[in-house]
Design a protein around this ligand. Structure first.
Ligand code: J9Q
Length: 257
């Protein structure tokens, strides 16, 4: 997969290009990520990328021509159709399902908008407009990085264990179960170390009973999802055992009121 990211702040993208899962995929050439500085597509001495809005009002709007020239340059290099994503608060919400869909395109272009906006005519060249959530940001760089990370993980070969990507609880529409690592017992932070309570890993995880561990994790994931994100349960992909546990948990909950 190729990703071309167009931004006025290339330095914001660089750490992601060289770090972690995305950085490793680029090194191995499973992923090709090019960052384009929008100012390189200006033609004036001062490399101006924005201007005042027609009709007046606060803030500056990204000019259309530098973005058109950037898209022309990307089209000239990549063969085949481009999926051009504009990150903006007006977009449709980015979800894991959207990440899955985008992970199947060959050439992705991420245009980073600005808080004040992008000239409306740029949308002529945009395939889709995506928002990562309802909050005010200064620009589309962080949303573009969120999309890049979520999409890249789903490209075959980027994350080693394909199984764990597919089985990732969020992919199945559930929150994760609690995780623990060594040691099996730690002194409670801030507590008196002499005869003070300790924080223990649940016994079942140390038991070696794999069936019990699997059922405990299912119950924990469902308990958490029911408590924190009950909205997810409407569309979660549950097996028979999980449906039975959920009925039981809901029964216990209703029994209390
Ligand atoms: C460009 N707030 O916010 C949430 N998803 C995208 C955005 C965004 C923003 C400002 C500029 C994108």
């Amino acid at each position: 997969m190729t990703v071309d990211l167009v931004t006025i702040f290339p330095a914001m993208i660089e750490p992601t290009r060289v770090t972690g899962v995305v950085g490793r995929a680029i090194e191995r050439r499973t992923l090709d990520v090019k960052v384009h500085d929008l100012r390189d597509f200006t033609t004036d001495r001062h490399r101006v990328v924005d201007d005042v809005p027609y009709g007046g009002g606060p803030g500056m709007v990204l000019k259309p021509e530098p973005l058109f020239r950037a898209l022309d340059a990307i089209e000239a290099v990549r063969e085949g159709p481009l999926t051009v994503v504009l990150t903006s608060p007006q977009g449709t919400r980015f979800t894991q399902a959207e990440a899955q869909r985008l992970s199947r395109v060959d050439h992705l272009v991420l245009l980073c908008g600005r808080y004040e906006g992008v000239d409306e005519r740029v949308r002529e060249r945009v395939t889709e407009e995506i928002s990562i959530g309802d909050y005010v940001l200064s620009g589309g760089e962080l949303p573009a990085l969120v999309i890049l990370d979520a999409v890249a993980r789903l490209v075959p070969g980027v994350v080693g264990d394909e199984q764990s990507v597919a089985e990732d609880s969020f992919s199945r529409g559930l929150l994760d179960f609690p995780q623990y690592t060594r040691p099996a017992e730690v002194i409670a932070p801030g507590a008196d170390p002499s005869g003070s309570p300790t924080l223990k890993v649940p016994d079942v995880l140390l038991s070696g009973h794999h069936g019990d561990i699997r059922r405990w994790r299912k119950r924990q994931a469902l308990t958490r999802t029911l408590a924190r994100r009950p909205d997810l349960l409407a569309t979660a992909d549950l097996d028979d055992e999980e449906r039975a546990i959920l009925r039981e948990l809901k029964g216990a909950r209703d029994g209390r009121d």
